[in-house]
Design a protein around this ligand. Structure first.
Ligand SMILES: *[C@@H]1O[C@H](CO)[C@@H](O)[C@H](O)[C@H]1NC(C)=O
Length: 276
């Protein structure tokens, strides 16, 4: 993910607020590295000062700093106009052969499409949703397959948790410690995603926020994308798929996009160009 700050400017332009309310905080027990990742409980949020520790059998681990309440992150001062109706959103999934989405998923899509994704019209909404559907297999898979050996137990000055905790999560996958750090600060004005990366998978509001943030940071600002060239958004999100003109994943993304367009009442099958 590229590093830039236009999204922060967008907050200012739209008069969005990032409030912070913290209350009771505590350290967890020592959670061993390589064991089942627990972090804070899903209903709680991690603070910014985890400690390295040794468990009772001498194994290295981490004590997480948890707090019982944090801010909600950015919320639009007023609800942006719905880009699409629930029925159109539902048909985008079902006409593509996936199961009916729930109302919360629709609400979160609408809630973050503009403030985080920069999305102003149905065509760009269709592009973003097509990628989201493809990457999550119809809004069901929010965790990247376990790629053994690609991420180990390393700590850097910024990334005090093992890399494996920052594997791809969300609908469009947020991947890598650095990107958790940057996205968290941009979306919430604190480091909650960096300190408790599991939220990106288990908290659906956060999953949508990060996915649309990625769209907003990467694809939204490209001229070709604004000109309706869906292939340009494929290239930005997964360049590898544009190395051959016959990539099955790129083809699947475009096929999904065509159906989403139809569900959204947009004319034509869409423009696949830009993926070269
Ligand atoms: C999901 O995350 C948001 C933003 O951090 C938070 O306000 C909300 O309480 C979380 N929901 C749950 C169930 O943890």
């Amino acid at each position: 993910m590229k590093i830039s700050t236009p999204i922060l400017h967008l907050f200012l332009v739209l008069g969005l607020t990032v409030s912070s309310t913290t209350s009771k905080c505590w350290y967890t027990d020592c959670q061993p590295n390589g064991g089942e990742f627990k972090g804070c409980n899903p209903s709680e949020n991690a603070g910014i000062s985890p400690l390295n520790c040794r468990g009772n059998r001498g194994t290295r681990g981490i004590q997480y700093y948890c707090c019982s309440s944090y801010s909600d992150g950015p919320s639009p001062t007023k609800n942006p106009a719905e880009l699409v109706t629930f029925n159109q959103f539902k048909e985008a999934l079902t006409k593509n052969g996936f199961k009916v989405p729930n109302q919360d998923q629709f609400n979160n899509f609408n809630r973050y499409a503009l403030p985080l994704g920069g999305i102003l019209d149905a065509e760009e909404a269709a592009m973003a949703l097509a990628h989201i559907i493809h990457e999550s297999d119809g809004l069901v898979r929010k965790r990247e397959e376990n790629k053994k050996g690609t991420m180990g137990i390393t700590f850097t000055s910024m990334c005090r948790f093992p890399d494996q905790y920052y594997r791809g999560k969300g609908y469009i996958k947020l991947t890598g410690c650095n990107n958790y750090f940057i996205a968290s600060e941009a979306i919430f004005g604190d480091f909650r995603l960096h300190e408790n990366p599991l939220q990106v998978e288990v908290n659906d509001t956060v999953s949508w926020a990060t996915s649309l943030y990625i769209w907003g940071e990467r694809a939204h600002s490209l001229k070709d994308v604004q000109d309706g060239k869906f292939g340009a958004s494929i290239k930005e999100i997964n360049e590898n798929e544009c190395k051959s003109s016959n990539d099955p994943n790129a083809k699947r993304r475009f096929k999904i996009y065509t159906v989403v367009r139809e569900a959204f009442g947009l004319p034509g099958m869409g423009d696949p160009s830009g993926c070269t």
